[in-house]
Design a protein around this ligand. Structure first.
Ligand SMILES: [Zn+2]
Length: 112
């Protein structure tokens, strides 16, 4: 079980209330330029993932890189990375970000 998680920055439209993972200038729902950044809990469920074992030279030091799609409990689906890309992950398992790396959430499996 994790001791601590970190929040994820999401966007909320101040005109219609829609949530968005961003980055985006205009609301995808109402098209207003009214998106405001706010923190959200990073707890969610793993939707899908893949592992990049031979990334381009720019990202080679990070290999293997686990790219995760996470449906946050807050109602937004975000892209992040897996802290343990070679772990035995499964669809729908509970995850949360334990740290941020250059604006990207690094997700680990949590209980529950
Ligand atoms: Zn809107």
């Amino acid at each position: 079980m994790l001791d601590s998680t970190v929040p994820i920055g999401i966007l909320r439209c101040s005109a219609c209330g829609a949530l968005d993972a961003g980055p985006r200038l205009f609301c995808a729902h109402c098209h207003e330029a009214a998106l405001v950044s706010e923190p959200a809990s990073s707890m969610g469920r793993l939707v899908s993932w893949t592992v990049i074992r031979r990334p381009s030279a720019q990202f080679r030091a990070l290999a293997p890189i686990g790219i995760a799609i996470v449906a946050l409990d807050a109602g937004v689906t975000v892209t992040g990375r897996l802290a343990s890309p070679d772990g035995a992950h499964r669809v729908d398992e509970r995850v949360a970000a334990v740290r941020m790396d250059d604006g990207v959430g690094i997700f680990e499996v949590i209980d529950g």
